[in-house]
Each structure stands twice: as structure tokens, then as C-alpha cells.
Write a protein that binds this ligand. Structure first.
Ligand code: 4AZ
Length: 707
């Protein structure tokens, strides 16, 4: 099935084109499903063109080819250099021809005569039209076509959407930036319940909503209205204090595709530059790759934006600045708000402060204090190895690295005393459920009750392998049955693609990059093999209900490379010893050189390995300091850690991605998921360690989803 829209007033030259084309045999008929007007005053005709394609011939008719056939039939004149040409004798604007293949089910459900197709109009701008849909009596599969007066846009507000978080297949709302369900025009897709209002804006005067609500008792409440286009251009004079904010177009609505804005700043004085404070967003110089989350031009220099879990400050050391932003996603994007101020170019931070690479200013005394005050660790690199001040004098306290990390660093034992004493809460202290903090970093599930409320030993049925019965990855050796009961192998359409770890009876954890390509994001095509030692010998094969990639995952830097997988059904408790969850580290968890860390998986055993191992491989690696890791790879975020051996002979490789880096304290006890296999330069190369997602940075994000 194909849909197309183009601007002509009369329809049927379409048949005349396809009936004499290379796809004539497959072409059946076409009909007009809608007419609308575009902002240039033209008529937009929305066609269904029906092709019957035998499965074996699906390669013969591609979406692109069907479009090319139509475009090639439009005769344009080189003389007047316009995009308008003639098809037979009808004027057609070639630029408005858009063709998309769709599923047969989309066609039948929107075609004339279908049970649930609604058309709603917003005639007057600013007047909101209510839109409520309930499925209390059974399944609802509805298409609702929204149209506004020509020249206006549509804003859809979703007040609430009650449904079960789903796989995006059974229950979902898809909003299209078109009147037909064209894949290339998906504006937004909702597969999780909405309780606080969100809104989205179309790029023209039409929008199509496709509702699938199964199993009853689901509801959608919202409204839509016609709104005017925004010209996003302003001149700003920033003052020395945070003097105002600039927003993405249509803020707080999601930003429509192809949005752009220009801001021209001029500070009151040539010695003052422009500082932009960004919330959950950073700008980085553009490299060879494209910008995925926004393109920025700042006085002729290009930057790419990306979403992060912290704030940043972007400084322009010039007193006038032209800043242009363009959205780069095909779908609606998250809105942003930035505040601006002027700053002293010769001294960006106050005297007693240090300038971080994130643009933040932190007190100089916080440099090399073992805490990531800058949010990108730029205050913690090029630090001298902290000296062990074991004297206990209050003038220079013991470096937090050594305090209560479970290992004797001072001969007098001072570093490991009073560890359950209450402490100021920070990234290096352990937080009990009561929200009081203690100095012992690795208090979680160590079989000693440390918190007064006992919360450090709650939910500790994890990380205990079955004692090996007896007793490769790169440079690895065969594992024993039950040695890594949290290890999962993930298969897509029957092929091993990635690893994962068991977190609970219905949640697994893996890497976001395993699911980032369009095709790979469909949970229905994945299977999780649990309790396997040999490939193909799983004790249980589970279906996936939902894939939750981290919302800040960045495919170009592999930052936030983490995803959770919810199983359709919990694995049977009877699998007991051979399938077990791994323990999640606390945010404060310290991994020292004495920890025993192993990477496991069924991935390649060398860069040019032709076949995959049958038996689960294991290799012992050491976690490196972040300073060493950054010295090797440069772009290493606080969400990453390096582990390996200097000869390179033991390492993870292709196919191990998403799998665990499991660590155990030198004193024994439970195994914790310290890392997730993410990336590296090749496999097993000397001085080039594997890079892992640092799981302790995600503890609250993970619990937020799974509990
Ligand atoms: C990969 O392609 C991959 N040596 C995983 C880990 C490493 C390299 C590549 C680390 O999935």
C-alpha cells in the first residue's frame, strides 16, 4: 500500500503514470482520501495508491522508486526554474510530492467505509475543540483527522492518556504530521501513560491521530486548536545578572520538525560576552557526524546540542552574537528553555572559582576532592594521586577516595573506623531509605546491617552464583554452569546480537545501542535467553514487552548507553539457582583495584573471529582510574568506565555489548553489576581497554522504572 500527497486540483493522471511504468503489473488503482490546502495557497491531494506486491517481489517496488516514477513524469521547464511542472496538463508542484509505503492494516482502517474515522475541524484560531476517547467497552482502533484553517497550524494538547505502558504496538497513540498514516511523517508516538499535560504542534494545517487501545478501560482526554505560525527571531540585550530566558519554538509544546530560531545578542559593553545557561543540554563543537539533537550556529561556528542529566553554561566571548538554532529530528523534539546573561570575558568565574569544561564555576577548594562537582569530572582530572593523610588531623582530612571503601588504606586503620557514623549526604556517602547517609560506601547487601532502618540489607536476593559444579570473550575461558546466573543472551530475529543481565523476575538491563536502529527497537522481534551456558541451551526463552532506552542516550558519543527490558511474563521461580538477579551497586559504590571484576558473553573472541563461541566466555579485567581512561580515549563521560588489562589480551568484543561487567569485593560476598559492555577501540589491543557504562550513575533511574 502506498500513500501520496501532491498539489493538483484534479486527480487521475496517477493511473496514467503507473499503468505504463515498470511497476504496471503490480499497480491496482488509486483514490483520493482527502483534500487540504497548503500555506502557499495550493490544493494538497492525499491519495491512496494500491499496489499488490507478492512477498517475493517486495524488492522490485521500493518506496523511493514509486516516487521517482511519479516525479519523472512531471515535466518542468528549465526556463522558469520553478518547482511547478505539468503532469498531462495539470500543474503540479514537484516539491510537494511525498510518497510513503504503509501497512495494509493502516490502509484498511483509514479507508472510506472503515468503522472509526473521525474528522474534526478547528475553524477559529484560539478556540479549543475537545477530543476525548474511551475504550471502556472493548478495543478501539481509531483514526481522527484534524484540520485547521489554511495558513494555521494545529496544537494538540494531551491532558491525560490512561493505558498500560506497552510495547508501542498494542496500545499507542501515534500523531502524524499529515492526513495519512505515513511512516516518514510520525510526529510523536505515545506508549506510556500521560498524567501531566503535554502538547505538540504540526508543521501545517493538518494532523492525523491514530489510536490503538485494547482490552478496555483506557482513555484519552485532550483538545486541539488552530494556532498561528511563530516567527522565531529576536534581538536581546543581556544584563550581568540572569536577565531573561529564550525558548524553543512553541515552548512548552514539543518542538515541531524543521523548527528554527535566531537570536541576536548585544551586551552593553565590549568587555562583556554572552552566557547561556542550559538545563539538561550541552553544546559541543560539531565533528564529522551530523547533529542529532539540534544544530546551532554561533557567529559562524557550528555546534551540536545533546541532552544530558545536568546543567551547563555556554559562553560566547564576543559582545555581539548571532545564534541560530535548527531542530534536526524528523519527529517532534523536547522543548528547551535557556536563560542568558552577560559575563566578564576576561574573568568568566569569580576569583575563588574554577571554570569547568561544562562552563559551570565551582569553588577552587573543590578541585581534586574526589567529587564530580563540574558534572563532567573536569575538576577531577590531572590531580596528583591523593596522599594518604592517615594522621587524623582535621587540617587536611583523609581524601574521600580512601574513606570507608572497605579496604585498609591506613596502617592505623583510621580510614575504616566509624563508617556507620552519619555523614553529609554526597555522591561518596551511602544513602539509607530514611534519607540519612553513612560514610560506608559499599554498605549495600554486604550482609552487615549498617543503616539504622536496615534498608541497606533490603532486597538482597541477588548476586550469588550457584557454587560451580567443578572447580572466551577475548582471552577468556569457558564458564561453568550457574557461575553467571544473571547473564542473558539477546536474540533478534533468531540471531545473537547482544548480552544483558537479569535485574528481577521481569526486568533485564542492557545497552541502549543494541536497540537504537529503527528495526531493532521493535520488542516483538527480540527473545531473551536465560540460564544458558551453551548457546541454544537456555533454561528459559522470554518475550520482551517493552524496551526502555535511556532518554539521554547519544548515539554519536555513546553516552548514557543503557536500556531496560521488561519481560512479557516473569521467568518461573523454579529456575532458581541457574537464573538469578545480579545486585545493583549503590550510587556511592567504590570499586578498587582489589575488586575481582569479570566480563562475560558469547561475543567474538578476537577482532577477526569468524564464528561465535558456544560456551559462555569469562575474562578477568581490572577497572582503571578515570584519569587513565580519559588519557587514552579523551571523550569519556562520567557515565563510562574503562576496564581491561594492559596487554589487551582479555577484553570484550562484538556480540558482548549490553552484557555484564560483574565485580565482587576482595572479601567475597555478592556480585554487583558495575559495568555494561558498551564500546572500545577494536578488541584485545594493548593499552586500549574496553569501555563500559558505569551502572552506579544510574541507580535511581533504574529503580524509578522497575519498582
Ligand atoms: C562492540 O562492537 C564492541 N573491546 C564491544 C566491546 C568492545 C569493542 C566493541 C571493547 O560491540
Amino acid at each position: 500500500m502506498w500513500s501520496s500527497s501532491r498539489s493538483t486540483a484534479r486527480p487521475d493522471p496517477v493511473s496514467s503514470v503507473y499503468k505504463v511504468s515498470s511497476v504496471a503489473r503490480l499497480y491496482k488503482h488509486n483514490f483520493i482520501s482527502d483534500l487540504s490546502t497548503n500555506s502557499k495557497g495550493g490544493v494538497l491531494v492525499h491519495f491512496w495508491m494500491v499496489f499488490e506486491v507478492p512477498r517475493l517481489e517486495s524488492a522490485v517496488v521500493c518506496e523511493e522508486c514509486v516516487g521517482v516514477i511519479l516525479r519523472d513524469s512531471v515535466h518542468t521547464s528549465l526556463k522558469n526554474r520553478s518547482s511547478v511542472g505539468y503532469l498531462l496538463d495539470l500543474p503540479v508542484d514537484i516539491d510537494s510530492i511525498l510518497i510513503n509505503a504503509v501497512q495494509r492494516s493502516d490502509y484498511t482502517s483509514t479507508a472510506a467505509g472503515s468503522q472509526c474515522v473521525d474528522k474534526l475541524y478547528a475553524s477559529l484560531p484560539g478556540v479549543s475543540v475537545p477530543l476525548n476517547i474511551f475504550s471502556s467497552w472493548g478495543d478501539v482502533r481509531c483514526h481522527v483527522k484534524l484540520t485547521a484553517v489554511p495558513g494555521f497550524l494545529i496544537r494538540l494538547t494531551i491532558a491525560s492518556f490512561q493505558m498500560d505502558p506497552s510495547d508501542c504496538v498494542h496500545d499507542a497513540l501515534t500523531a502524524y504530521d499529515a492526513l495519512l498514516p505515513m511512516r516518514g511523517r510520525v510526529l510523536h508516538r505515545l506508549c506510556t501513560p500521560v498524567s501531566s499535560s503535554i502538547s505538540l504542534v504540526s508543521t501545517s494545517n493538518v494532523m492525523l491521530l491514530s489510536f490503538t487501545m485494547t482490552g478496555g478501560s483506557k482513555s484519552f482526554r485532550g483538545h486541539f486548536e488552530a494556532i498561528t505560525e511563530e516567527l522565531c527571531l529576536s534581538r536581546i540585550i543581556p544584563q550581568s545578572h540572569v536577565s531573561g530566558s529564550i525558548n524553543s519554538p512553541f515552548h512548552p509544546s514539543l518542538m515541531p520538525p524543521h523548527s528554527s530560531c535566531t537570536w541576536i545578542f548585544q551586551t552593553p559593553d565590549a568587555a562583556l560576552g554572552v552566557a547561556l545557561q542550559l538545563k539538561n543540554y550541552v553544546l559541543r563543537p560539531k565533528d564529522m557526524k551530523g547533529c542529532e539533537h539540534g544544530w546551532w550556529r554561533v557567529n559562524e561556528v557550528i555546534f551540536c546540542g545533546s541532552y544530558v542529566g545536568h546543567e551547563s553554561v555556554f559562553r560566547i566571548a564576543q559582545h555581539t552574537a548571532e545564534v541560530e538554532f535548527r531542530s534536526t529530528t524528523r519527529r517532534a523534539a523536547q522543548p528547551f528553555q535557556l536563560s542568558y546573561s552577560s559575563y566578564n570575558i576576561s574573568q568568566p568565574c569569580p576569583e575563588s572559582h574554577f571554570l569547568c569544561s561544562t562552563g559551570l564555576c565551582v569553588e577552587k577548594s573543590r578541585r581534586c576532592d574526589g567529587l564530580d562537582d563540574c558534572q563532567d569530572e573536569s575538576d577531577e582530572v590531572f590531580c596528583l594521586m591523593p596522599t594518604k593523610n592517615c594522621g587524623g588531623g582535621s587540617s587536611s582530612p583523609l581524601h574521600p577516595l580512601f574513606v570507608c571503601n572497605g579496604e585498609p588504606d591506613c596502617a592505623n586503620g583510621l580510614d575504616e573506623t566509624n563508617c556507620t557514623q552519619e555523614a553529609i549526604c554526597s555522591a561518596v556517602s551511602f544513602r539509607c531509605d530514611s534519607d540519612s547517609c553513612i560514610r560506608k560506601k559499599n554498605a549495600r547487601c554486604d550482609d552487615v546491617t549498617d543503616c539504622q532502618d536496615g534498608s541497606d540489607e533490603r532486597d538482597c536476593a541477588c548476586g550469588l552464583p550457584t557454587p560451580p559444579v567443578a572447580h572466551r570473550i577475548v582471552g577468556g575461558s569457558d564458564s561453568d554452569e550457574g557461575e553467571w546466573p544473571w547473564q542473558v543472551s539477546l536474540h533478534f530475529s533468531g540471531h545473537l546480537i547482544c548480552g544483558a543481565s537479569v535485574l528481577s523476575s521481569d526486568w533485564l538491563i542492557s545497552a541502549a545501542h543494541c536497540f537504537s536502529k529503527d528495526r531493532l527497537s521493535d520488542p516483538r522481534r527480540w527473545r531473551a535467553h536465560l540460564g544458558a551456558l551453551m548457546q541454544g541451551s537456555a533454561k528459559h526463552v522470554a518475550e520482551i514487552q517493552r524496551i526502555v532506552p535511556h532518554e539521554y542516550y547519544d548515539a554519536s558519543t555513546l553516552d548514557y548507553d543503557m536500556a531496560l527490558l521488561q519481560l512479557k511474563r516473569a521467568w518461573p521461580a523454579s529456575l532458581g539457582p541457574l537464573v538469578q538477579p545480579v545486585c545493583l551497586p549503590a550510587t556511592s559504590q567504590a570499586v578498587t583495584a582489589q575488586h575481582r571484576c569479570w566480563v562475560t558473553g558469547w561475543g567474538h573472541r578476537s577482532e577477526d573471529d569468524k564464528s561465535l563461541p558456544s560456551v559462555l566466555q569469562k575474562a578477568q579485567v581490572s577497572v582503571m582510574s578515570q584519569t587513565e581512561c580519559k588519557a587514552i580515549y579523551g571523550l569519556v563521560s562520567p557515565r563510562m568506565l574503562c576496564a581491561g588489562v594492559s596487554t589487551g589480551e582479555r577484553d570484550a568484543c562484538r556480540g558482548d555489548s549490553g552484557g555484564p561487567l560483574s565485580c565482587q569485593a576482595p572479601s567475597g560476598g555478592r556480585w554487583f553489576l558495575i559495568g555494561i559492555v558498551s564500546w572500545g577501540a577494536g578488541c584485545g589491543r594493548p593499552e586500549l581497554p574496553g569501555v563500559y557504562t558505569r551502572v552506579s550513575k544510574f541507580t535511581s533511574w533504574i529503580y524509578g522504572h522497575i519498582s
